[in-house]
Design a protein around this ligand. Structure first.
Ligand SMILES: [Zn+2]
Length: 347
């Protein structure tokens, strides 16, 4: 009986290898269908007063792009110091670099100076390590004389990542293909959320003022939009992630090179050599967003023990207990892991 089960499972494994492996990396965190990021530009009062508390209340991440020089470049200035809310709520409030002065740049050296100053101050305010990755947003409507390849080089040197394209409330339309470019209502935002679910993509929305300041998005509509997003996130349909976390997740996922070494009714042995930072050319541990792993549960399992097989650093749990749900074992793998085994856990 056991041999029969085993060969049946092997056949199932072989058959599914052609289309879907019994162990896979979810396209998006939590195995959501799509990802959404919310951007708030310019560090405005209305963003701080109206958007920040609503995001915290719902546990939805947002990224706030700030120019420190607008507040005297002085971390003691209350309008800058208040963004330490990112330190108190590291899972919801994220700071992004929007250059030191929002004044544009005329060469790569000036660009480097701008983001070096601004990035260092933002990391300090947010309580992040000096080398933490930050999302970078180009300031709009200013002179920008840096070639794309120079820009990419300076960003990489300063551990910053160019912000993902967005739709949103900036007055467009930029082209005929982005119906959310003039996004002024929750209903229009919902079109972007639907698209993320339908296409399995990453949609980003940009805001400036929320119920005040400039390029304003109506406060009640903003609340409705967040209600909609919260419901989709709770149902597991969308992952709402900060700009930098979605970037990290997608980069790690695409680099991981998952290998299922063994698959049987006894479980799985899995390696992800692309995540080993000791190997030349691989991602550093700055890319620290846990990947969601989805395994088919062998018949009769109710719980699984997932054990770290190879670890790239000493600061992570060495095993997880994961319940079987809908025939699947789903867990977020701590980033330093480079491999794991899945076995049946005791009842
Ligand atoms: Zn701006």
């Amino acid at each position: 009986m056991k041999a029969l089960l085993s060969s049946a499972l092997c056949l199932a494994v072989l058959a599914s290898a052609a289309d879907e492996s019994p162990v896979r990396i979810a396209k998006w965190k939590g195995d959501a269908k799509g990802a959404v990021s919310l951007y708030y530009d310019d560090g405005l009062d209305s963003g701080f007063n109206n958007a920040v508390p609503e995001l915290i209340r719902r546990g939805l991440p947002g990224t706030f792009y700030i120019c420190c020089n607008w507040f005297g470049g002085d971390p003691a200035n209350p309008k800058l110091a208040r963004w330490s809310v990112a330190k108190e709520h590291p899972d919801t409030i994220f700071l992004g670099d929007h250059t030191w002065a929002h004044g544009g740049v005329t060469n790569a050296a000036q660009f480097a100076e701008e983001i070096s100053l601004n990035g260092a101050m933002l990391r300090r305010i947010a309580g992040l390590p000096e080398d933490a990755l930050l999302s970078f947003a180009l300031p709009g409507a200013v002179r920008w004389d840096v070639k794309p390849d120079e820009q990419a080089k300076v960003l990489a040197e300063h551990h910053e990542v160019l912000r993902h394209d967005f739709g949103g409330n900036i007055g467009g339309p930029k082209d005929g293909q982005n119906p959310t470019f003039r996004m002024k209502t929750a209903a229009l935002a919902a079109e972007a959320f639907d698209r993320a679910e339908r296409n399995g993509g990453w949609e980003s929305l940009i805001f400036h003022g929320v119920g005040g300041d400039w390029i304003t998005f109506d406060l009640e509509e903003h609340g409705r939009m967040l209600d909609d997003l919260e419901a989709r996130a709770k149902a597991g349909r969308l992952w709402v992630g900060s700009a930098i976390d979605v970037h990290k997740y997608a980069t790690e996922r695409d680099a991981a090179k998952l290998q299922v070494l063994k698959a049987s009714e006894n479980g799985y042995d899995v390696l992800l050599p692309g995540l080993d930072p000791a190997k030349e050319g691989n991602l550093p541990l700055l890319y620290d967003c846990p990947l969601t792993i989805v395994c088919d549960a062998p018949a009769g399992w109710t719980k699984a023990r997932v054990r770290c097989e190879r670890n790239a650093s000493s600061v992570s749990p060495d095993s997880l207990e994961v319940p079987v749900k809908d025939g699947r074992i789903v867990f977020d793998m701590p980033r330093p892991w480079v491999g794991f085994t899945v076995r049946k856990a005791g009842e």
